[in-house]
Design a binder for this molecule. Structure first.
Ligand code: PRP
Ligand code: MG
Length: 208
């Protein structure tokens, strides 16, 4: 029996993604929110799910280690992976922003220092507005950087706004809206076309 391998992002959107899949009639009896298991199958053994770090999902799909991935647009953009983006699952809605200390404005200077988990996105945005930058790649708690003088501004994700608000920052520029997307490996889309199309159509029907 052939199955498709689906790379899912661990973390915030995992539960809602599994729920969405279950709404299409696919059953994941082995999935428990607090389980440490990284691989499991649906009850019909047509889908093998591998749970990976969100940032790695585009890599799994680009390299063909997974046929399909479900992950935030933020990680797809940052990875620049060569994959097909086929569907917006409209989960995990948030946006990319430039943020700085309350009271500040986005001032241009010879070179700005930008802290981010997303240096590629930061570079692209500032290139567009002709502002040279130096990026400081951080892996979390990015909001600290302007407060302790590590960077002039940050490029990060805002969902509820709580994190920037509670740390004395404010949005200076909105870059792009983000949500969870379904991506497909290019070779798999040719070799497993029927299975993949069927899977996408099932998802589409519950999204409508
Ligand atoms: C993310 C993001 C923001 C925050 C946005 O961080 O980097 O800091 O969530 O959400 P909010 O607007 O609802 O507060 P995350 O919680 O993933 O932690 P990390 O950046 O330290 O990894
Ligand atoms: Mg954060």
């Amino acid at each position: 029996m052939s199955y498709i391998t689906l790379a899912l992002a661990k973390g915030r959107t995992a539960k809602s993604t599994i729920t969405l899949l279950e709404n299409t009639g696919i059953q994941f009896k082995d999935f428990h929110e607090d389980s440490r298991k990284l691989v499991f199958y649906d009850s019909d053994k047509t889908i093998k799910v591998v749970f990976v770090k969100a940032v790695d999902v585009p890599t799994y799909v680009e390299k063909g280690a997974a046929d399909i991935g479900i992950v935030g647009k933020d990680n797809i953009l940052e990875s620049q992976a060569d994959v097909y983006e086929m569907l917006d699952l409209k989960l995990g809605k948030c946006k990319f922003v430039v943020a700085g200390k309350i009271g500040s404005t986005l001032e241009k200077k010879q070179k700005l220092t930008i802290a981010s988990k997303y240096p590629t996105i930061a570079k692209k945005f500032f290139q567009k507005i002709n502002q040279p930058i130096e990026t400081v790649k951080l892996n979390g708690s990015v909001e600290l950087a302007p407060l302790i003088g590590l960077a002039d501004y940050i490029v990060d994700i805002v969902e509820t706004g709580n994190t920037i608000n509670e740390n004395g920052l404010t949005i200076l520029e909105e870059i792009e809206d983000i949500s969870t997307r379904l991506i497909v490996n290019k070779a798999s889309f040719a070799t497993k076309s029927d299975n993949i199309r069927q899977f996408i159509n099932r998802l589409k029907s519950v999204l409508e």
